[in-house]
Design a protein around this ligand. Structure first.
Ligand SMILES: [Zn+2]
Length: 116
């Protein structure tokens, strides 16, 4: 059986159904990520959705949640730019997104000294 991520069919608009159908047909589940296997641009998966080509993560967000809030961008908490699992996405400001990316890049597992 193939895993598909979607809201209940009845709550989706016809356009959202078409987007979700196309996303689910061309993706693979890797761990918890839904990784897009179709065309890419600049490291992000792209799909024609809601009138123009968009990042697959943006298309999934728009289909299941709604418009991306003005002035915000979608951060991949999973750091997989081809992932469109909306539970891995959060809408943040550009500054916050940069800060999160930097923090993830520099975070390391270290041996922590015992507190006496
Ligand atoms: Zn993910």
């Amino acid at each position: 059986m193939r895993f598909a991520l979607c809201l209940p069919w009845r709550v989706l608009t016809p356009e959202a159904k078409s987007v979700m159908d196309r996303l689910n047909r061309r993706s693979a589940m890797v761990d918890e990520c839904l990784v897009w296997l179709g065309p890419e641009s600049g490291g992000y998966g792209t799909i024609y959705a809601f009138g123009r080509p968009r990042g697959v993560h943006i298309a999934a967000w728009m289909a299941m949640i709604g418009p991306v809030p003005e002035g915000l961008e979608l951060d991949h908490r999973c750091e997989q730019p081809l992932c469109w699992n909306v539970s891995h996405l959060q809408a943040v400001t550009h500054e916050e997104n940069s800060r999160l990316v930097q923090a993830r890049r520099h975070a390391r597992w270290v041996e922590w000294p015992e507190v006496e």
